[in-house]
Design a protein around this ligand. Structure first.
Ligand code: CA
Ligand code: CA
Length: 139
C-alpha cells in the first residue's frame, strides 16, 4: 500500500509556479508576461506595450483596460504636475495683491484639462474656467 501511494504521488504532476513560465506570452513585446501567468510583476494589460510594471512615463489618456494605472500598481499615480495653485486673492481685503495665476483645484482627476485661472472682475478676483492647461498625467 505504501508503494502504491508513493507511485501515485510520483505520477502526479503539480502545476509549476506561474512566475517566469516560458509558455506564457508577452503579446505586446514590452518584456512582461500577462498577469495571469506572472502574478508578481506581471503585465496588467498585455495588449498595450505602454502598460507594464515599472512604467515610469505618465499619460494623459486612460488605457482601455486599466484606465490610468499604466504601471500596474493597482492605483492611479499622478504626476507631480500640476502644482496646487494659490487661492485667488481677495482684492477687497488686499487691494495691492495681483490677480493672476492658474491651475487645478486640489486633487484633480487624471486626464483632466479643465483648470481655472484667477481673473479680475470689477473689484474682485475670481476663479474662471481655463481649458488651456495641459492634461493631468498619471500612471
Ligand atoms: Ca507584455
Ligand atoms: Ca499606478
Amino acid at each position: 500500500m505504501k508503494r502504491l501511494l508513493v507511485a501515485l504521488l510520483a505520477a502526479c504532476t503539480f502545476p509549476s509556479p506561474a512566475i517566469d513560465n516560458p509558455d506564457c506570452p508577452d503579446k505586446d513585446g514590452d518584456g512582461y508576461r500577462d498577469l495571469a501567468c506572472q502574478p508578481t510583476q506581471g503585465d496588467c494589460n498585455d495588449d498595450n506595450k505602454d502598460v507594464h510594471p515599472k512604467q515610469s512615463a505618465f499619460f494623459d489618456k486612460p488605457d482601455a483596460k486599466v484606465g490610468f494605472d499604466y504601471d500596474c500598481s493597482g492605483q492611479e499615480d499622478r504626476d507631480v504636475y500640476p502644482p496646487a495653485p494659490v487661492d485667488c486673492p481677495d482684492l477687497l481685503k488686499n487691494p495691492t495683491a495681483t490677480c493672476g495665476g492658474s491651475g487645478f483645484n486640489p486633487d484633480p482627476k487624471c486626464g483632466s484639462t479643465s483648470g481655472f485661472k484667477c481673473a479680475k472682475s470689477q473689484l474682485s478676483c475670481t476663479r474662471q474656467a481655463d481649458d488651456t492647461l495641459p492634461a493631468v498625467k498619471c500612471h
